[in-house]
Design a protein around this ligand. Structure first.
Ligand code: ADP
Ligand code: MG
Ligand code: MG
Length: 536
């Protein structure tokens, strides 16, 4: 390895280790200083007063609403019950029954001093469903009734409390303009069609991210505006642990930037082909396939077809969980419609895409079939290792040739692959009424507990080495140059301003909480005075 690469790698490894409090700028408190309360009026007006968004979905909003409830004696039990219900979701299957019963005894039974009256009537039905199957959504109705109560009078008074003022102060910080100066930049991680992906770190919080930069001249020359905006807008509407999250979208003089979840474990192509024998062991194949399946189901639940499934686009984080990335080809279907369009990567396209048919989610289940096949065989379907047939030849094979399974395929995985790689989308696994749920019940996944997997409670079978950088050496990633002779004008600026929306609220709030900044800064002065009133 060249010295340049070693230096770049060790800087990145050091930043990763120090991620969080040690990675913060020494000026971080100044960067995250609350505005004076008198400056909050305008912002407060611009906040949409919707209970679910303000008090449930937004992580900081949720915390402040809870603090408000805690400050009111009559709401203590409501909030303790909400906490208990959150904790219930983090329990393993074995613990659920006992824990669930303890919740019922404490909060639902009329003789308990902590009884919460608005949910009392669910006592019997909760006991029944807990006995029938503790892994069901036992407290679904309780949660609904709790929120419906809290969204009334308590939500109204919350908005007049100092806790809401504080929320507005956080919102002001969240909405500060984002520029190049917001981040420290580390090494180049990879290269894409329109530019480069760099490791970066937020100066104020120490959080590590990957910044995908789209070069403006390249985007313009290749008419990539719609595609870039599409990728950004789809990403900002998602919230899944199995798909990369967008944290910021901003622009510099030369580039449009999407700041994404940092995935330091490399992509699956690297793990399948560049470490030891080609292919992965069965436990890893099953685990990655199951997580990808959950990611696809999240996308499909939002009517999004992904269309670019391949090992290169599935990335590992430092714990060994995967996320689907690169949503440049994803498309949102309006209700009940299908799309047509030959997009994807040659070799991974479904027969109905190649055949110019209208299609929907079916192409992603084909893609999952290709992925499982390649992880198992150590080579993609219908291709020999190292063989690169012309696109037209690949298309002929995908439409007409039968698959072959080598001796690496056990019975279950072979059955899964041939069901997913069924050339007829109507017959394909995952494409019937239940959608992805049908894939999850395939016997290849019988050892996977999807409820726990969705909650992030399953330990990955492989953890990337924190001392390694799982990508090509910097000097081996081709330089990206700007295109000459492209002039950027007024219409371009209009498009840039649609792209340049700054922080994505849920991601930003998670960042502030995860890095410990929230805890350190969200103090209230004596007798409820806002600490920013005191000049420290
Ligand atoms: P393109 O749409 O141009 O193909 P990608 O989104 O696939 O761009 O990114 C290009 C490369 O950058 C990827 O192959 C990967 O090596 C790296 N990369 C992309 N996103 C991340 C991320 N979130 N974390 C780490 N590396 C990433
Ligand atoms: Mg890509
Ligand atoms: Mg792309």
């Amino acid at each position: 390895m060249e010295i340049e690469s070693m230096v770049a790698n060790s800087a990145l490894i050091k930043a990763r280790e120090g991620g969080g409090s040690r990675g913060r700028s020494y000026k971080w408190r100044e960067m995250l200083r609350f505005a004076h309360i008198s400056q909050c009026v305008d912002q407060a007006m611009s906040i949409e007063r919707e209970y679910y968004s303000l008090c449930v979905k937004q992580p900081i909003g949720k915390k402040l609403f809870q603090l408000f409830c805690r400050s009111r004696p009559d709401l203590q039990n409501y909030i303790s019950l909400l906490d208990a219900l959150d904790a219930f979701e983090m329990k393993s299957d074995e613990e659920r029954k006992d824990f669930g019963l303890s919740i019922i005894q404490r909060f639902l039974m009329s003789q308990s001093i902590q009884c919460v009256s608005v949910v009392q009537r669910h006592e019997q039905s909760c006991i029944h469903s807990l006995e029938f199957d503790p892994c069901m959504d036992v407290f679904h109705r309780c949660t609904e009734d709790l929120h419906s109560y809290l969204s009334g009078e308590p939500f109204m008074h919350y908005q007049q409390s100092m806790f809401f003022d504080r929320f507005v102060q956080w919102k002001i910080l969240e909405r500060l303009p984002i520029t190049k100066q917001t981040f420290r930049q580390y090494r180049l991680l990879g290269k894409g069609g329109f530019g480069e992906v760099w490791a970066c770190q937020v100066r104020a919080t120490g959080m590590m991210y990957a910044c995908k930069k789209l070069d403006k001249t390249h985007v313009k020359k290749r008419k990539g505006e719609a595609m870039a905006l599409n990728e950004k807008q789809i990403l900002e509407g998602l919230d899944s642990r199995f798909v990369v999250s967008l944290a910021y979208a901003y622009e510099t003089k030369h580039a449009l930037c999407m700041v994404l979840t940092m995935m330091s474990g490399g992509d699956l192509r690297f793990h399948i082909h560049n470490i030891g024998q080609p292919g992965l062991d069965k436990t890893r194949v099953r685990f990655y396939a199951a997580e990808v399946c959950c990611g696809l189901m999240h996308l499909h639940s939002k009517s999004i077809v992904y269309r670019d499934m391949k090992p290169e686009n599935i990335l590992l984080d430092d714990n060994g969980h995967i996320r689907i990335s690169d949503l440049g080809l994803a498309v949102r279907l309006s209700e009940g419609t299908l799309v047509r369009g030959r997009v994807g990567t040659a070799g991974y396209m479904a027969p109905e895409v190649i055949g110019h048919k209208h299609y929907g989610m079916s192409v992603d289940w084909w893609g999952l079939g290709c992925l499982v096949y390649e992880m198992t065989a150590g080579k993609p379907p219908l291709r020999a290792r190292g063989e690169h047939p012309k696109a037209s030849e690949m298309e002929r094979r995908i439409q007409n040739q039968q698959l072959e399974f080598g001796e690496k395929f056990g019975k279950a995985v072979k059955n899964l692959c041939s069901s997913l790689l069924n050339k007829d989308p109507k017959e394909r696994l995952g494409c019937g009424g239940p959608g992805g749920a049908e894939v999850q019940t395939h016997r290849f996944f019988r050892k996977i507990n999807f409820r726990m997997l969705e909650a992030g409670l399953v330990q990955p079978p492989f953890k990337p080495d924190p001392r390694l950088v799982y990508c090509s050496d910097v000097q081996d990633i081709e330089e990206f140059s700007t295109v000459k002779g492209v002039i950027l004008g007024q219409t371009d600026s209009e498009f840039y301003s649609k792209f340049n929306t700054g922080s994505v609220p849920i991601s930003w709030q998670n960042e502030v909480i995860e890095t410990g900044c929230f805890k350190e800064l969200n103090v209230f002065g004596p007798e409820g005075s806002r600490s920013s009133d005191l000049d420290w």
